[in-house]
Design a protein around this ligand. Structure first.
Ligand code: 5GP
Length: 177
């Protein structure tokens, strides 16, 4: 385990198993459709890479980058840093996210997708931190509930570090206070 990690919350094996389950569910729910799967950079990258293997449909994959966070707090002012590569008019969009925390980011991103002409927009998040929610928005597909602690790994960072950890763990307080 990395020296800055207090404890591991979710192992790599558990994440892979969950991706299989969620992928199978998405495959069933979108039968006959070709969803446009959008990963939010950079936190969703490992989750996106894992889950798409288990979505047995002709999907399109794209990435979008929005900024709303500095340090450990979201400021709710969401702006596009990297936009989608293609038009999504008439598409069923699935947003892949690392964690839903206050909900501010996803709320804005969901609105942006509809404004771009998406037919439907659903959210698939690896983690959910329900306790911190400020906006009434929920992911349609959730991997794991996490407690109100700052977590890193499997894509999640603190100041761009720890994204490469193969598990989700709690960062030692001394590392961010
Ligand atoms: P929200 O707008 O829902 O508050 O923020 C969502 C974004 O905040 C996530 O995509 C993630 O980048 C970041 N975030 C929220 N909680 C955590 C956390 O516990 N750990 C890390 N590393 N990032 C978090």
């Amino acid at each position: 385990m990395h020296k800055d990690i207090e404890k591991v919350l979710i192992s790599e094996e558990e994440i892979v198993e969950k991706c299989k389950e969620l992928g199978a569910q998405i495959t069933k729910d979108y039968e006959g459709k070709n969803p446009y799967v959008v990963g939010l950079l950079k936190g969703s990258v490992p989750f996106m890479a894992e889950i798409v293997k288990y979505i047995d449909l002709d999907i399109e994959v794209d990435y979008m980058s929005v900024s709303s966070y500095s340090g450990t707090e979201s400021n709710g002012d969401v702006r596009i840093v990297k936009d989608l590569d293609c038009s999504i008019v008439g598409y069923d969009v699935i947003i892949i996210e690392d964690i839903v925390d206050t909900g501010k980011t996803l709320n804005k991103v969901k609105d942006m997708m509809y404004a771009k002409g998406a037919d439907s927009v659903k959210i698939c998040s690896l983690l959910n931190k329900q306790e911190r929610r400020l906006i009434d928005i929920n992911a349609d597909y959730v991997g794991f509930e996490v407690p109100n602690e700052f977590v890193v790994g499997f894509g999640l960072d603190f100041n761009q570090k720890y994204r490469n950890l193969p598990y989700v763990g709690v960062l030692k307080e001394e590392c961010y206070l």
